[in-house]
Design a protein around this ligand. Structure first.
Ligand SMILES: [Zn+2]
Length: 426
């Protein structure tokens, strides 16, 4: 399959913004604005006039199946939200619910520019199925809670999932192990998880240092911060994706840097649940790699990474009282290249250049709120919305184009989710 994206502007990984065509062969970029493409015979041409071609966005932390909790319980403190609303509803979820919910979340993501997402939930084989069918790329992990009596069997099941689905969907699916958080995974259980991570060479995805309550609980029980706790248990001997990292001591940042832990910054979830502000400018300044996440649709309540990038930048500026904090170019880098890096996909995606996989979005700049254009990067972060995305490709396959979803029967998916929500919310 040969594809040409023509007449657009390209945000090239090395050259910045250039005009030209993108040529794609078998899912890989073979030319990125750097060749005369008049003689290239493509099977399909995509018109990109008035568009900026960008690398697809990378959502480093979410729980796609949580779409059923979107708008279900809002304006509540974290523990009340979880214990009185979210967990009781989630206890009723069937694997089929998760399949349809994940498809809905994927439709939202691909129509707002996300081409890769890192998901932590349960019934993950259903999420895998949704990823496979829809054509999106994903890093999947089955959340583990060590406090449950059936934790050991759960671990066996998640290891089996991680092994069976590694490299599935023509390589679009990668897997990790996901001990949920320090406060739900006591050390003896965590050690068993890590033994499996070691045996099967699987990275680890964990919630870490999210709230003050967590810090107090881990300090009280173990006399150390969650980051130090994780280090001492050997978690960071494995490639680790740590979601949140809101409350950090200076020593914690040093530990994250030394161990090359990837951090997923979820600004809107952290704001909505009043968890706090992750010290992202300090993390980046000290060489820690940080990507962006939306967290689940229950605590955000959207999966639009454009909105997340803007909020993430503004929050750093206001918290540091410095308008120069987290500038547009840096936050876009976090949403693309750096995000790909913390998921272990840096050699494949995250930038537009020859040799990279064709995970590309076309952002239509021909709108009142995007006129005039001085600096396209500033527009991407401060003015654009997910709904400005015209076309989305993963592995060179068009999976969203001007309101159409060639791989998803969206009407059916919405009908299923609405019908199932009635049962779940009863
Ligand atoms: Zn989360």
């Amino acid at each position: 399959m040969r594809l040409k994206i023509k007449n657009g502007k390209i945000m090239h990984q090395e050259k910045g913004i250039i005009a030209g065509d993108i040529l794609i062969e078998n899912g890989v970029i073979v030319s990125c604005g750097d060749e005369d493409s008049r003689d290239y015979s493509a099977d399909r041409e995509l018109e990109a006039e008035n568009c900026l071609a960008l690398p697809g966005l990378v959502n480093c932390h979410t729980h796609a199946g949580m779409v059923y909790t979107r708008g279900y319980a809002d304006d509540l403190p974290l523990m009340t939200w979880l214990e009185d609303y979210i967990w009781p509803l989630e206890a009723k979820l069937t694997p089929e619910d998760i399949y349809w919910g994940s498809l809905l979340a994927i439709a939202e993501m691909i129509s707002s520019g996300t081409t890769t997402f890192a998901d932590m939930y349960f019934a993950m084989d259903q999420v895998g199925k949704a990823v496979q069918e829809s054509g999106i790329r994903a890093v999947l992990s089955w959340g583990l809670v060590g406090l449950q009596p059936e934790a050991e069997q759960q671990l066996d099941k998640t290891v089996e999932f991680a092994r069976n689905w590694q490299g599935a969907a023509q390589g679009r699916i990668r897997t990790m192990l996901a001990p949920h958080a320090p406060y739900t995974c006591p050390p003896p259980f965590m050690k068993k998880v890590l033994a499996q991570a070691e045996k099967h060479e699987l990275p680890v995805h964990i919630h870490l240092a999210e709230t003050r309550d967590e810090i107090e609980q881990i300090q009280g029980e173990f006399g150390k911060t969650p980051v130090r706790w994780a280090l001492d248990l050997g978690i960071f001997e494995h490639k680790t994706l740590a979601a949140h990292c809101v409350h950090l001591e200076e020593e914690d940042i040093e530990i994250l840097r030394e161990n090359q832990v990837g951090v997923a910054y979820n600004p809107q979830s952290n704001m909505k649940l009043a968890s706090g502000i992750a010290p992202v400018s300090r993390l980046l300044g000290q060489g820690v790699q940080v990507g962006l996440g939306t967290d689940g649709p229950g605590s955000n309540n959207s999966l639009d990474l454009f909105s997340e990038m803007k909020a993430g930048s503004l929050l750093q500026k206001v918290s540091g009282s410095n308008a120069q904090d987290l500038p547009a170019g840096t936050v876009l880098d976090m949403g693309t290249r750096m995000g790909a890096g913390i998921l272990g996909l840096e050699s494949e995606i995250g930038g537009l250049q020859k040799g990279k996989k064709a995970d590309i979005i076309l952002l239509n700049l021909d709108s009142p709120h995007l006129t005039p254009v001085f600096d396209p990067t500033a527009h991407v972060i401060y003015s654009a919305r997910g709904s400005d995305v015209q076309t989305t490709l993963v592995d060179g396959q068009v999976i969203y184009d001007r309101g159409e979803f060639p791989t998803i029967d969206l009407e059916k998916v919405k009908w299923e989710v609405r019908k199932r929500t009635e049962r779940l919310a009863r």
